[in-house]
Design a protein around this ligand. Structure first.
Ligand code: FMN
Length: 448
């Protein structure tokens, strides 16, 4: 294996996790066995925007009420936030609210004498890692297109160092305003001038009409912003990911399944998209929101998952099998609920399910290196031994091992990377961070 990246440690065959796991010394016994009911130490809050300084611009629209939550979300993710408001936006939300949430005085006038040089448009724009206008009114888009500079926010956008401070726009307006050729033309021009248009949502609008033009929800804008800052390690690549459990029906009411929340696979899909990949996420039955910009295909059984995977992988560069696929399914399926009666418990015979990862790994594209295959092993004990054996059995270049009971349903994980050169342990981290590290490890191993 290539030299471990910073923060990773090589791992002896018989010792995993090495050192003190971040969750608690009691969670793993000396023999590497998970211990039930152990006290779990909470990890610090996720901070995907740590170190980023975001200039949040508000313009005149009803969606200003969402900007308060957006501001809170940015701060929670570790960003520092400087709010700048147009006069019209102050009709919708007060600077008091935005100051309290951002913990900084709000700016709204280019004549603000708080700055020693009286040039907030210069000073604020040079401190920012990005300017995010949310909501962005139709009027403000038009003004940006023309390089207007008659009030602080537009002046600041014009005066920003264009190569260093990206401008992201979250439009928000009535559906007719959004669909108007003038707005659409302005949007195209702004994109041509280098701005990133984050798109709009669709649905019920404050005016009572229904259609396109709503501002994206705060959590969607946050996801887009976090993705925006990620290096585009998989630009131009197609990635197929399986996630969650499969469900093997016995009758319309019952079936067997595996323990899996799907959180790890969904985090990987999110990280792959943030890295610039075109992502297809094949999901078993889970109740998780689809990551932004990811194409999701919902399936139930292992055989459904195999069919969906086989349809997707011929165009893919990477296949990541993170789903917990049920090894067996009931041999027979009853169309009606099997009733409990005096005859006692039914005997259920099982058939073996197809091995999705092994099937894909045997394909000509995987064998020739055109399709990079990654597997997952969730074990309860002897992780290093089982993970190494599974990688060899499946014939894949990279396998991720984790302790099942310490990851199921959690928001954090600790992963072990196994390849032909050996075993590397990644530090315990949020699943979002684990996913980003895995994507970086995959990108590092792929042929250009
Ligand atoms: C109640 C009300 C709601 C409005 N909502 C929006 C809106 O959602 N989007 C929009 O582009 N304009 C909306 N407008 C119009 C803008 O506030 C108006 O164009 C204003 O001049 C924008 O100024 P600004 O771009 O400097 O913030 C609304 C106006 C009113 C009176």
């Amino acid at each position: 294996m290539a030299r471990p990246a910073a923060g990773m440690t090589r791992c002896a065959d018989d010792k995993w996790p090495s050192g003190l796991p971040a969750r608690s010394a009691e969670v793993i016994s000396a023999a590497g066995q998970p211990v039930r009911n152990a006290e779990v130490i909470k990890l610090p809050p996720m901070n995907d925007l740590a170190g980023k300084h975001i200039l949040l611009g508000l313009t005149g629209g009803i969606a200003c009420y969402k900007s308060a939550e957006l501001c809170r979300g940015l701060v929670k993710e570790g960003a520092t936030v400087q709010v700048v408001m147009t006069a019209a936006s102050e009709q919708f939300i007060t600077p008091v609210t935005m100051q309290a949430l951002s913990m900084r005085p709000v700016y709204s006038s280019q004549w603000d004498a708080r700055e020693a040089n009286n040039m907030p448009h210069i000073n604020l724009s040079r401190q920012a890692d990005a300017i995010l206008i949310a909501p962005c009114s139709a009027d403000f888009m038009a003004r940006l297109v023309h390089g207007a500079a008659d009030e602080l926010l537009s002046l600041m956008c014009l005066a920003r160092p264009i190569d260093r401070v990206p401008l992201l726009i979250a439009p928000a307006m009535n559906r007719e305003m959004w669909a108007h050729p003038a707005t659409q033309r302005n949007m195209r021009q702004l994109a041509a001038d280098g701005a990133t248009i984050l798109g709009v949502g669709s649905g019920f609008q404050a005016c009572g009409e229904t259609g396109d033009g709503r501002m994206l929800e705060p959590h969607e804008l946050l996801e887009d912003l976090v993705a925006f800052f990620q290096p585009k390690l998989l630009a131009g690549r197609k990635v197929v990911i399986t996630a969650g459990p499969t469900f093997e029906a016995l009758d319309p009411i019952r079936g067997i399944t595996n323990h899996s929340s799907g959180k790890m696979g969904f985090a990987i899909a999110r990280a792959a998209r943030a890295a610039g990949a075109d992502v297809a996420l094949i999901a078993g039955p889970v109740s998780l929101a689809t990551p932004r910009g990811v194409r999701r295909l919902d399936v139930q059984s292992a055989r459904d998952m195999l069919a969906a995977t086989q349809a997707e992988v011929p165009q893919a560069d990477v296949f990541i099998a993170s789903a917990a696929v049920a090894d067996w399914r009931p041999l027979t399926h009853s169309d009606q609920k099997i009733k409990k009666d005096a005859s006692g418990a039914p005997t259920v015979a099982f058939a073996e399910n197809p091995d999705i990862l092994a099937t894909v790994a045997r394909s000509e594209r995987a064998q020739s290196g055109k399709l990079f295959c990654v597997g997952f092993a969730a074990e309860s004990h002897d992780l290093v031994k089982h993970a190494k054996a599974k990688r060899e059995r499946k014939g894949i270049p990279l396998l991720v091992g984790n302790i099942g009971p310490l990851t199921f349903g959690q928001d954090d994980n600790q992963m072990l990377l196994v390849d032909a050169q050996g075993v590397v342990e990644l530090p315990r981290a949020s699943k979002a961070e684990c996913a980003r590290q895995l994507i970086a490890e995959i990108a590092r191993r792929m042929t250009p």
